[in-house]
Write a protein that binds this ligand. Structure first.
Ligand code: NAD
Ligand code: GLY
Length: 364
C-alpha cells in the first residue's frame, strides 16, 4: 500500500494548504486534526456519494466538532446550479450556523465546486475542506480554489476564487467509482503531460493500463504528479492572470460540448479529452506541433476510453458557445495550444481556422 503523499499549495497571506494523497485517509484520524476549530461542521455531498462515505466521515469529524450536519444534494452536472447552491445556504441559515462553521465537500468536482462557492459567500466566507472522491476531483477540481456553478448560457460562469484549507484525497474512495468516471478523470491527468511535463506524458502512456485497472501505486503517482504540477501553476498565478490558463487545455471546445449538448450528456472529462485532440490539431494547423504529436495524443485519449470525435453541433453553434468562454477577449476566442510537448500558451485563433478544424473532425 503506498504511503501518504503531501503536496503543498504555496499561497501568500497564510493561505497555503496541504493536499494529502493516500489510501485509507478517510479513516485516518490525522486527516481531520489541526483544522479550524468551530461549533459545527457541515458535510455537503450528493445522493450517490453520501450513502457510501458520509457516515464514516461524520464519525471521524465528531472527534473534532461537537456537531456535524449533512446536506445531501441531487447528483449530476445539471444540478450544479443556483437551486443546489441555495440548498446549502438554506441549511446554513435555517440552522443559524455561525461564520466559524467548516464545510466539507465530499464528492466529485460538482460537489466540490458548489460547496466551495457556498463557503466563499456564506457570511462572506467560511473555511472549507475538499474531500474529493473522483479521480477528476483528486487530480484537478479540488485543488486551486476555483469554485462555481453553471449557467444555461455558459459553463462555470458564476463563481469565485476561494481556497480550501486542506484537501484529503483518499485513493480508496476510487474503488467504487464507475469505470466511465475513472476514464473521465484520466482526461485531466493526461492534460498535465502536454501542457507541463513531457516526461509525465511518457509515464502515462506506459502506465495507462495500470491506471485503467486501478492499480493503487499507479493512481497514487498520477494524483501526486498532477497535483504537483497544478500546485506549481496555481502558486504562480492563483487568479489566472496568465499562466494558469494552460490548465484549461482542451476546455474551450470541451465546455462548448458540455453546454451545447446540455450539461451531463457528455461527462466533463470526456468533453475535455475530445477538446484536447481538437486543440492539438489547431496547434498543428498553426505550425506549433507536428502531425505525429496530434496522432499520439488522439491515440492516448482513445486508449483511455474517451471519445475523440466531437458531437455535430455545427460550426456556428460551437463558435457562439466559445465566445462566452472565460478566456475569450473582446469577442476573440482564445485557445490553450501546445507549443511543444510539455509547453503550452494562450493563443487567439481566427474563427475560420476553428471552423476548419471543427469541420475536419465532423463537428460542423
Ligand atoms: P461529478 O462530481 O459529477 O462526479 C461524477 C459522478 O461520480 C457523480 O455521479 C458522482 O455522484 C459519482 N461519484 C463521485 N465519487 C464517487 C465514488 N467514490 N464512488 C461512486 N460514485 C462516485 O464529476 P467530476 O468528474 O468529479 O467533476 C466534474 C466537475 O468538476 C465539472 O462540473 C467541472 O466543471 C468541475 N471541474 C472543476 C475544476 C476546478 O478547478 N474547480 C477543475 C476541473 C473540473
Ligand atoms: N481546471 C482549471 C484550473 O483550475 O485553473
Amino acid at each position: 500500500m503506498p504511503a501518504t503523499d503531501t503536496v503543498r499549495i504555496p499561497l501568500p497571506d497564510h493561505r497555503d494548504y496541504e493536499i494529502r494523497i493516500g489510501a485509507g485517509l478517510l479513516d485516518e484520524p490525522g486527516s481531520w486534526q489541526g483544522l479550524p476549530r468551530a461549533g459545527a461542521a457541515v458535510v455537503v455531498s450528493n445522493e450517490t456519494v453520501a450513502p457510501l462515505y458520509a457516515q464514516r466521515l461524520r464519525e471521524r469529524l465528531l472527534a473534532a466538532y461537537p456537531r456535524v450536519d449533512l446536506v445531501v444534494l441531487p447528483d449530476g452536472e445539471r444540478h450544479k446550479d443556483w437551486a443546489s447552491l441555495n440548498r446549502i445556504c438554506d441549511h446554513l441559515l435555517a440552522e443559524a450556523l455561525d461564520r466559524r462553521t467548516v464545510l466539507f465537500a465530499l464528492g466529485g468536482g460538482v460537489i466540490g465546486d458548489m460547496t466551495g462557492f457556498a463557503a466563499a459567500i456564506y457570511m462572506r466566507g467560511v473555511p472549507f475542506v475538499q474531500v474529493p472522491t473522483t479521480l477528476l476531483a483528486q487530480v484537478d477540481s479540488s485543488v486551486g480554489g476555483k469554485t462555481a456553478i453553471n449557467h444555461p448560457l455558459g459553463k462555470n460562469m458564476l463563481g469565485a476564487f476561494y481556497q480550501p484549507v486542506r484537501v484529503i484525497a483518499d485513493l480508496d474512495t476510487l474503488d467504487t467509482l464507475p469505470q466511465r468516471e475513472l476514464c473521465a478523470g484520466l482526461a485531466e491527468v493526461i492534460k498535465y503531460g502536454p501542457i507541463a511535463d513531457a516526461g509525465f506524458l511518457d509515464w502515462i502512456e506506459a502506465h495507462l493500463d495500470a491506471l485503467l485497472a486501478r492499480d493503487k501505486a499507479a493512481l497514487a503517482h498520477a494524483v501526486r504528479r498532477s497535483c504537483e504540477i497544478k500546485a506549481a501553476v496555481v502558486g504562480q498565478d492563483e487568479r489566472e492572470q496568465g499562466l494558469r490558463a494552460i490548465l484549461n487545455f482542451g476546455h474551450t471546445i470541451g465546455h462548448a460540448i458540455e453546454a451545447g449538448l446540455g450539461y451531463g450528456e457528455w461527462l466533463h472529462g470526456e468533453a475535455v479529452g475530445c477538446g484536447m485532440v481538437l486543440a492539438a490539431d489547431l496547434s498543428r494547423r498553426l505550425g506549433l506541433v507536428p502531425e505525429g504529436f496530434v496522432e499520439r495524443l488522439r491515440a492516448l485519449v482513445a486508449r483511455a476510453g474517451l471519445p475523440v470525435v466531437p458531437p455535430r453541433l455545427g460550426a456556428e453553434r460551437y463558435l457562439q458557445l466559445m465566445r462566452v468562454d472565460k478566456k475569450a477577449e473582446s469577442g476573440a476566442i482564445r485557445f490553450v495550444l501546445i507549443e511543444s510537448p510539455g509547453r503550452a500558451g494562450l493563443h487567439a485563433v481566427p474563427d475560420a481556422l476553428i471552423a476548419e478544424t471543427l469541420a475536419a473532425h465532423g463537428a460542423a
